[in-house]
Design a protein around this ligand. Structure first.
Ligand SMILES: [Zn+2]
Length: 113
C-alpha cells in the first residue's frame, strides 16, 4: 500500500461530480448505508460503486440531494405504474371524459354598419 497521493487535502473528492468538497457523506459509512447511497447510485447512475474499488467512496451533499430527488421521482413513477397496472387488470380504461365542450365561435354582435 504505497501512499502515492497526498491524503492531506482540504476535503474529499465526490465520487459523482469529482469535485473537492469539505462536506461529504461516505457512501459506505453509517449514514451512507442508512440512505442506501450505494444502491441508489448503482440503480440510477451510469456509474457503479463497489466497496472494493479504488475510487473515492464519498459523495458531496449537493450530489446526494440530487440523487435523493431522483429517487423520489422514480418512486413516484413506480407507484404510478403499479397503480395503473392493477387498475387495468379489472376495470376498463373507460374513463369517459365526455366533457368536450364544443366552444362555438362567439357570435360577434358587432353590426356591420
Ligand atoms: Zn458531488
Amino acid at each position: 500500500m504505497g501512499s502515492t497521493d497526498k491524503a492531506v487535502i482540504t476535503g474529499f473528492i465526490c465520487r459523482l461530480c469529482s469535485k473537492m468538497n469539505r462536506f461529504v457523506i461516505h457512501i459506505y459509512g453509517e449514514e451512507g448505508e442508512r440512505m442506501k447511497l450505494a444502491e441508489k447510485i448503482n440503480a440510477y447512475l451510469p456509474i457503479t460503486v463497489n466497496i472494493n474499488d479504488p475510487l473515492p467512496k464519498t459523495a458531496c451533499l449537493h450530489c446526494i440531494e440530487r440523487l435523493e430527488a431522483h429517487h423520489e421521482l422514480m418512486e413516484q413513477f413506480m407507484f404510478a405504474r403499479r397503480r395503473l397496472n392493477t387498475d387495468n387488470k379489472t376495470t376498463t380504461v373507460a374513463s369517459s371524459s365526455t366533457t368536450t365542450s364544443t366552444t362555438t365561435a362567439p357570435t360577434s354582435s358587432t353590426p356591420p354598419c
